[in-house]
Ligand binder design. Structure first.
Ligand SMILES: Cc1cc2nc3c(=O)[nH]c(=O)nc-3n(C[C@H](O)[C@H](O)[C@H](O)COP(=O)(O)OP(=O)(O)OC[C@H]3O[C@@H](n4cnc5c(N)ncnc54)[C@H](O)[C@@H]3O)c2cc1C
Length: 284
């Protein structure tokens, strides 16, 4: 194995709970003991066969049962392309509805991740079909120019938003391309959420955004969850939880770690960040 492949594997182990549902449940329980909730995701995306999609749906069913059995403070987080979106829109929508129904009946909250820009319309329409019955949230990416309008529509329907900067490459001019432009939009969308939405998730590792959110919440007093990806800034997440804020960590599990790890490596960008993330002492 090359040095780069070894580094990738070590990082994957840090970001990902392990291959099994049990690994995700145990990691969740450890975070819960520290007063931190989780969003559990079964790794895998861009599925093109019905067998892969069936496996994902069955795995989420088992995960829901495990969360309920262990009484975990854990949501689940789904990717539309692991539910069959690349095979047929209908299939993905049905699978989303089936998973949401099962989770809802057990009091478990379901998030929809947002993937490539070409899937945003479908993802939002799946969400809109379920939002009225509650227990569901959706991710919105600040790097997309359309997101201000999307957020207005979702909030008007009583939806719950997880605001992120965005992790996929976007072609054309549908997205802000520079970090300052994305940061400006993130801040503007976050301010909108504080003004117009009662409950939402500020999902970022960016201290500047988190500090601004804490300040805004001093004024608006909303039901805000501060969310981060497992393994990036866990100590900071624990400190936030200790100071009384609601915090959640996104915990992926499964064996398909390559795409997920590749996005994290790209975000870290600078080698020093990767190394720091690798060697930062993990408290959990
Ligand atoms: C809970 C959660 C759910 C998410 N869901 C989605 C989703 O559904 N769709 C989607 O497109 N994106 C999703 N993302 C990813 C998100 O879009 C960003 O790509 C990611 O959070 C990095 O951006 P940032 O907000 O942390 O800000 P940045 O400006 O990228 O980073 C801020 C600081 O955080 C640290 N940092 C960030 N990333 C890393 C890293 N990988 N390694 C080491 N240090 C790092 C660095 O110190 C950096 O300076 C999610 C993120 C979170 C936290």
């Amino acid at each position: 194995m090359s040095g780069w492949a070894l580094l990738e594997k070590a990082l994957a182990g840090r970001w990902i709970a392990g291959p099994r549902i049990k690994d995700a449940a145990e990691r969740s329980a450890r975070f819960n003991r520290l007063g931190i909730g989780t969003e559990i995701n079964y790794l895998g995306e861009d599925f093109r066969t019905k067998a892969e999609v069936r496996d994902a749906v069955q795995t989420y069913f088992r995960l829901i049962d495990e969360i309920k059995r262990d009484r975990l403070d854990a949501d689940i987080s789904l990717k539309p392309t692991q539910l069959g979106l690349l095979i047929s829109r209908r299939l993905a929508k049905d699978n989303y509805g089936r998973i949401v129904a099962r989770a809802r009946s057990r009091g478990i909250f379901v998030w929809l991740d947002m993937e490539d820009a070409e899937h945003v319309d479908d993802t939002i329409s799946f969400y809109m079909a379920e939002v009225g019955r509650g227990n569901v949230g959706i991710c919105v990416q600040a790097y997309l120019r359309r997101s201000a309008a999307d957020i207005r529509g979702i909030v008007a329907m009583g939806g719950i938003i997880r605001l992120v900067k965005g992790a996929y490459s976007v072609k054309g001019n549908g997205a802000f391309k520079t970090k300052p432009a994305v940061d400006r939009d993130y801040m503007a969308l976050m301010e909108y959420l504080f003004k117009r939405s009662k409950k939402f998730m500020v999902a970022t590792h960016d201290t500047k955004m988190i500090k601004a959110a804490l300040r805004l919440n001093g004024h608006y007093n909303r039901d805000v969850t501060y969310a981060m990806l497992n393994g990036i800034r866990n100590r900071y997440a624990i400190a936030l939880a200790r100071s009384g804020h609601r915090v959640s960590l996104y915990v992926p599990f499964g064996s398909r770690w390559v795409d997920y790890s590749y996005r994290r490596l790209k975000e870290a960008g600078h080698l020093s960040l990767i190394i720091r993330s690798l060697f930062e002492r993990q408290s959990v």
